[in-house]
Ligand binder design. Structure first.
Ligand SMILES: Cc1cc2nc3c(=O)[nH]c(=O)nc-3n(C[C@H](O)[C@H](O)[C@H](O)COP(=O)(O)O)c2cc1C
Length: 307
């Protein structure tokens, strides 16, 4: 029997399979390359890049939670100029590289794009409008539909490369934000970023994270993420990359059946560095075992069965 076709197209970029590591959980691939051939990935999403180097938040900035973790890394990254080299090196792995872009103002997002846009290595930008860690930034962008539409419109004018807008779950109605991003000119959406949370150390009688709050990720957030992917894929026409708590092929298949065209895996890379290639294989096995010729056949399938 022929192996199933795993290729998908997101924002005009053809991916060999629908699985990619999520931003901030895979660096620039260097730490993972000794474990497996990065060409087994559909794409690689790199850490949030700001125009200037950023040291991130003070420690402690991680806390374990049941079924997940809180992080308040705060966009630590070497800045767009230093990132150019790392992105180009990663591109040698011949996997499409998606650059996650962060900023505290529309001008700062634009600056990152302008510093990277001549690089053939950049297949697309993922615009982080949702990071809950930066006090003056992401949160405000991702929570107001008019601001989101304006930001996307401005960035649309700054590049011809595809724009994937990464949505925050920390909103009342994620479909309103999704529609605003689509109206502004987004080529695709990715969701969800982390859920805002906190933890308290009862022995020290103070918050665990120096930043007070952090972003919750991991298996605990999967049902919320899945619900939002279902809602958003019913509200917009553009493709969606689903993420939030995916730890293997079974989770990934749920997101695809909910309507995501591809998936990203974040926190699970920390406990199993092989989770991405294993998920690719698991999806392929499922398709073969259930008689599907292409992964595209299962995208949104649960909606068709349900309606
Ligand atoms: C340590 C850490 C760092 C992250 N850094 C970023 C980032 O720089 N930009 C971004 O858009 N999302 C970032 N995220 C969010 C993830 O990309 C992902 O959206 C989220 O963790 C949900 O997926 P998961 O449950 O599989 O981890 C980060 C998450 C973690 C755990």
């Amino acid at each position: 029997m022929l192996s199933p076709d795993l290729t998908v197209k997101i924002a005009g970029v053809v991916l060999a399979n629908p699985v990619m590591p999520a931003s901030g959980c895979f660096g620039y691939g260097e730490e993972y390359a000794p474990f497996f051939d990065l060409r087994r990935l559909g794409a690689i999403v790199v850490k949030g890049t700001t125009a200037e180097p950023c040291a991130g938040n003070p420690p402690p900035r991680l806390a374990e939670t049941p079924g997940g973790m809180l992080n308040a890394i705060g966009l630590q990254n070497p800045g767009a100029v230093a990132a150019r080299e790392k992105i180009s090196a990663l591109w040698q792995s011949s996997v499409p590289v998606i650059v996650n872009v962060s900023g505290h103002s529309a001008a700062q997002y634009r600056d990152v794009i302008e510093l990277l846009d001549d690089l053939a290595a950049v297949a697309a930008y993922e615009i982080n409008i949702s990071c809950p860690n930066v006090k003056a930034g992401g949160m405000a962008f991702g929570t107001d539909p008019a601001v989101v539409a304006g930001l996307v419109r401005e960035l649309r004018g700054a590049t011809k490369k595809p724009l994937i807008i990464k949505l925050s779950p920390n909103v009342t109605d994620i479909t309103a934000i999704a529609r605003a991003a689509e109206e502004g000119g987004a080529d695709a959406l990715s969701l969800i970023n982390t859920l805002l949370g906190m933890a308290i150390d009862i022995e020290r009688r103070r918050p665990v994270l120096a930043n007070l709050t952090g972003g919750l990720s991991g298996p605990a957030i999967k049902p919320v993420a899945l619900r939002m992917v279902w809602q958003v894929t019913s509200a917009v026409e553009i493709p969606v990359i689903g993420m939030g708590g995916i730890s293997g092929a079974r989770d990934a298949l749920e997101f695809l059946m909910a309507g995501a065209s591809a998936v990203a895996i974040g926190a699970a890379n920390f406990t199993n560095p092989l989770v991405c290639p294993e998920t690719v294989e698991g999806i392929s096995d499922y398709l073969a075992e259930h008689g599907f010729a292409s992964v595209k056949e299962i995208v949104g399938l649960a909606k068709k069965e349900w309606s």
